[in-house]
Ligand binder design. Structure first.
Ligand SMILES: [Zn+2]
Length: 218
């Protein structure tokens, strides 16, 4: 059910899911902020995802997760990028501050919206081990099969790939990546760790596509 505040009930053909105006310039994925194609107003979507497959690409800045997500988007996956989720939360709240849990709630909400338009999703987002179960619960509640990938190139490779980007303004990329590189340690049978140090983004995407899906039994 999609409702425009001006036009009323909308068919999904009349909805623009991604808001390109709020896109960050360094990626091709835009925030999921659905608007009415007829009048441009933001619409409300009430829907709960109940089937499908999600590929989660976790990793630090410089791990290549957004680039791989862009490639999967080109292959037809509906994409959610963590930086875009931050944009969406800031947009909705009207202030810059946000909590990690607000991002997780927004991601669940975006999966529900996107599920009106397809059944294959990709999420690129840095997920700390302490939050892993929260995501698995979200997938389980939506009957989603999942692949949970941790992209972990060698530390120096991540730093080199991150040099051109401004991940954080108050500290250097080295410190920023080191901090999270050390936190992103998974010892979990349901997480596939991919060392993409010597792989292109396309090779990484292909390797991820060949990995098996997991399904949490309800
Ligand atoms: Zn409208």
């Amino acid at each position: 059910m999609i409702t425009c505040p001006k036009c009323g009930k909308l068919a999904k053909e009349n909805v623009q899911i991604y808001n390109d105006n709020l896109r960050k310039q360094n990626i091709t994925i835009s925030p999921v902020i659905p608007v009415c194609r007829l009048c441009g107003a933001e619409v409300t979507v009430s829907n709960t995802c109940s089937t499908g497959e999600i590929i989660v690409i976790n990793g630090t800045c410089g791990s290549g997760k957004s680039t791989v997500a862009e490639i999967l988007q080109d292959k037809g996956y509906l994409a959610i990028d963590g930086d875009c989720v931050i944009q969406s939360v800031r947009h909705k709240k009207g202030i810059k501050q946000y909590q990690w849990d607000e991002l997780i709630n927004e991601i669940a909400c975006e999966i529900d919206i996107l599920s009106l338009f397809g059944e294959s999703f990709v999420l690129s987002h840095m997920i700390l081990p302490g939050d892993f179960e929260k995501f698995i619960e979200i997938f389980k509640a939506r009957n989603l099969r999942y692949k949970f990938i941790l992209l972990k190139p060698e530390y120096q490779t991540a730093v080199a790939r991150c040099q051109t980007r401004t991940c954080h303004t108050s500290i250097t990329p080295e410190e920023w990546i080191k901090h999270f590189y050390d936190l992103l340690v998974y010892d979990n049978d349901n997480v596939d760790i991919v060392d993409n140090t010597n792989m292109t983004a396309y090779e990484t995407a292909e390797a991820i596509l060949t990995l098996p899906c997991r399904r949490n039994e309800k």
